[in-house]
Design a protein around this ligand. Sequence first.
Ligand code: SF4
Length: 299
Amino acid sequence: MQKAYYAFSDYLKEKFGQKVYKITIDAGFSCPNRDGTISSGGCVFCDESGSFSKAHSSSLDIENQIKTGIKNLSERFGAQKFFAYFQAFTNTYAPVEELKNIYDAAFCDENILGISIGTRPDCVDEKKLDLISTYKNPWLELGLQSTYNDTLKKINRGHDYECFLKAYKLAKERNINVCVHMVLGLFNETKEMMLKSAKRLAELGIDGIKLHMLTILEDAPLAKIYEENPFVLLSMQEYCEIVCDFLELLPPTTTIHRLAGSGYSKTLIAPKWVNNKFETLNLIDKIFEQRKTKQGAKF
Ligand code: SF4
């Protein structure tokens, strides 16, 4: 069935003529918002995995993570082409010379077609972005989470919206694709506020987006806040409705990297429905179908 939104996987297929698979890498980085440089608590929703899927082990060096990823994906899906995705923690948090060795290692196989680097807006500068722009098909995944400084303060992000705008501009000046990570359901944000964020990002013409539902994980600071003062979390229906509203406001050309996930089972406190990835995606499809709209309908 044709999706009502422009999935990143479709973009890759159109660009490279075949399905491209992401290999997630843990390069052993830390995060300045966890190691005490900015704060030691981290973002309130972040647990000790630093947003990593735990699909691979950081005990392997980068080349071996790539080789293992290629082997597994080829055996399971017949995969032939890949993107290297530096996912865990802050993947630009090192001197530029060190970063070069790390990113170079990801291109150890000719079937690696591009690179995605997840990071914080306050951890990139001109030199680091100059380096990233030298790689094939570079994507920067910038964690923003909210466009409201008040929210960013409450979730202990350690940077403001203006910092994101600066990093975004520097990346775009170097023709680096930017995928923005946002969290929906942050405790003080109304639906109107979330959609205002969508409009702000639409005005920037962002290349990609990842949407996350706010989740409460056992090892994250938010778990204590939630335990002491439980607050209302979005239901699956509410989340999916807002996702559709959000996507209607984005340009049709913005690639959609993620709308739902899974794999939280061990540490997830709430909401339990976030583990139902396919149910969530099906509901988003259904809402678009009922509305007879699609991404970009209100752009
Ligand atoms: S910036 Fe990323 S890794 Fe660092 S604390 Fe926040 S969510 Fe966790």
